[in-house]
Design a protein around this ligand. Structure first.
Ligand code: NAD
Length: 538
């Protein structure tokens, strides 16, 4: 199949609308910017301007933090954390539920900011609001379950009573990326706060206002001032200052930066979670419902213009349905509407920056120059906005091409044919990443079995990524170079705690009493051990 088999792409209604002016639909109230900026700890004297991906126009100029600001942020966070860690779990749960409501009440405003800063379509901005609300409710309702002191059997029944406490780490450093400024910063911080920690957070310099807007809501619903500190500035400049002071580091970003963060945290023996990159595969088995798989591929690959860690970048399709599937997928992609608009209706937004556009363009040019076919897409779309790139499907990608194994982090997917499922799994497992995978089939049992052989932290059946990502009770994170640790579920909150075992000894000591000989003691204890084994006790 080659590009010649398909009509020329015709994306986007916007270029046909000469009246359209995206900047006219959004104006940031300067007073609002001042109110949000006032929450930043930033006294370096320098400032940085952020630019809207939809237009390339400036959004706001914000002050930049330096190491002294990070120091002050930690000092204030430590004061707030002391009192906060003594609050009742029921009080924290109630505040999380209030935040849930506040985020939904202010959804439109938050989505405007996210779209303006990150350049994504409104429907993908809503995914972020949804995720913060889901996470707030989940942890509000499960704090008690995850954090309550647990009794465990002591070494000998009746003689030893043991309990395990979960104590907060202290102040958690969160370093987050630009692609999901609410989900990957606020949602990750909610369990940290729920567990009794304070947070010092550095959002990416591209998206500080989105994060500040939620922290504003935090205060509005009654979380104590000082509990969530925000500093802003280039990662290489102030990221290290956070890692040098944090009691735990929650990092989301690229694998390259994640390795540096891990090395620096290791120097201090401070633990961290690293949510990193992926080159995620979707398997379409021979019995899959084709239209459902096509929709799954579109949503899985082009959400947030593919700038999503769990995004599908490799499609493995069973030989028996390959031609039919690819033809329908191309048709479906060509119906997608690119949109630089704050209203619903667009299927895909912009890339975030010139740098991201350059990377995506380079990956496609490299593949094409080495013989790949562009089945659809493949071009930047400056007529829609300065960093737009068409949703792109490539065929004939091979290991000599950059996009074969490297994360593109854009709307570019390679499609491959497979003969049998074992071969598909093997090819999906190739490479160094292990974040997410998807399987489309009518046979759920078969898919569950295949999932066990796939090296990925999440596997979605008949969905691209949202089934696992939206299930907050299930851990989410990467194997191999996709990361260490998990967000969501018990692991997502336990990472922010230390366990503390407390045991008291009653009636008899745990060694031979003075009036009992060593031999007699051994005999008694040995009999006791045999009895305990018989009783089935752990
Ligand atoms: P990045 O690593 O360049 O930046 C992420 C954050 O780290 C930013 O806040 C940045 O300022 C900061 N930073 C940069 N250098 C630093 C340093 N030396 N020390 C401390 N902090 C530093 O990543 P990015 O390009 O912003 O984000 C895209 C990447 O993130 C992609 O690879 C994507 O797959 C990954 N990602 C992973 C997940 C996940 O959950 N696994 C989610 C989203 C994005």
């Amino acid at each position: 199949m080659s590009r010649r088999d398909f009509p020329a792409p015709s994306h986007g209604a916007l270029p046909a609308d000469p009246e359209h002016d995206p900047s006219a639909s959004f104006a940031l109230d300067p007073a609002r910017v001042r109110r949000l900026t006032a929450q930043l700890r930033a006294t370096s004297g320098s400032s940085e301007t952020t630019y809207a991906p939809f237009t390339g126009q400036p959004i706001a100029t914000l002050p930049v933090s330096d190491e002294g600001d990070v120091e002050d942020a930690f000092a204030a966070a430590r004061v707030a954390q002391k009192t906060w860690s003594r609050t009742e779990l029921a009080h924290r749960s109630a505040l999380l539920l209030d935040l849930h409501d506040a985020v939904l009440d202010h959804a439109d405003d938050l989505m405007d900011l996210v779209q303006w800063e990150a350049g994504k379509a409104r429907t993908h901005a809503y995914d972020e609001v949804l995720h913060v609300a889901l996470t707030a409710r989940y942890y509000a309702r499960t704090l008690e379950r995850h954090l309550k002191t647990r009794r465990v059997p002591g070494v000998y029944p009746l003689l030893t009573q043991a309990r395990i406490n979960r104590v907060p780490k202290g102040v958690v450093g969160i370093i987050s990326p630009w692609n999901y400024p609410l989900t990957l910063a606020i949602s990750d911080g909610l369990p940290a706060v729920g567990a009794g920690n304070a947070v010092v957070h550095k959002p990416d310099s591209q998206t500080p206002l989105s994060a500040l807007a939620v922290v504003d809501l935090f205060r509005e619903v009654g979380f104590p001032a000082g509990l969530w500190q925000i500093v802003s500035g280039p990662g290489p400049q102030i990221g290290g200052a956070i890692i040098d002071r944090a009691d735990y580091v929650c990092f989301t970003g690229s694998t390259a930066t994640g390795k540096k963060v891990a090395a620096q945290a290791a120097e201090r023996l401070v633990s961290c979670s690293l949510e990193l990159g992926g080159k995620n595969a979707m398997l379409v088995l021979a019995d899959a419902q084709i239209d459902r798989a096509v929709e799954g591929a579109v949503r899985g690959a082009y959400s947030s213009a593919g700038q999503l860690c769990v995004s599908i970048e490799r499609l493995f399709v069973a030989d028996a349905i390959y031609d039919k599937f690819v033809a329908r997928l191309v048709k479906r992609i060509e119906r997608m509407k690119l949109s630089a608009d704050l209203s619903y209706g667009g299927d895909m937004g912009s890339l975030v920056s010139q740098r991201q556009l350059d990377t995506v363009t380079a990956h496609v040019s490299d593949a094409v120059s080495k013989g790949a076919n562009v089945l659809t897409g493949g071009r930047p779309r400056p007529d829609v906005g300065p960093y737009f790139f068409e949703p792109t499907l490539l065929e004939g990608v091979n290991p000599s091409m950059t996009c074969f194994a490297e994360e593109t982090f854009g709307p570019v997917v390679s499609v491959y044919r497979f003969g049998n499922e074992a071969e598909a799994v093997e090819r999906a497992n190739a490479g160094s990443y292990g974040l997410n995978a998807a399987i489309f089939t009518r046979d759920i049992g078969r898919a569950r079995e295949l999932a066990r052989h796939i090296k990925a932290g999440t596997v979605n059946i008949n969905e691209g990524f949202a089934a696992t990502f939206g299930t907050i009770d299930a851990p989410m994170g990467g194997m191999r170079e996709s990361g260490i640790g998990r967000r969501h579920g018990a692991e997502g909150i336990h990472r922010y705690t230390e366990t503390q075992s407390v045991a008291n000894q009653r009636l008899l000591p745990l060694s031979a009493p003075r009036f009992v000989s060593g031999g007699a003691y051994q005999k008694t204890v040995t009999s006791a051990l045999r009895l305990l084994k018989k009783s089935g006790r752990a």
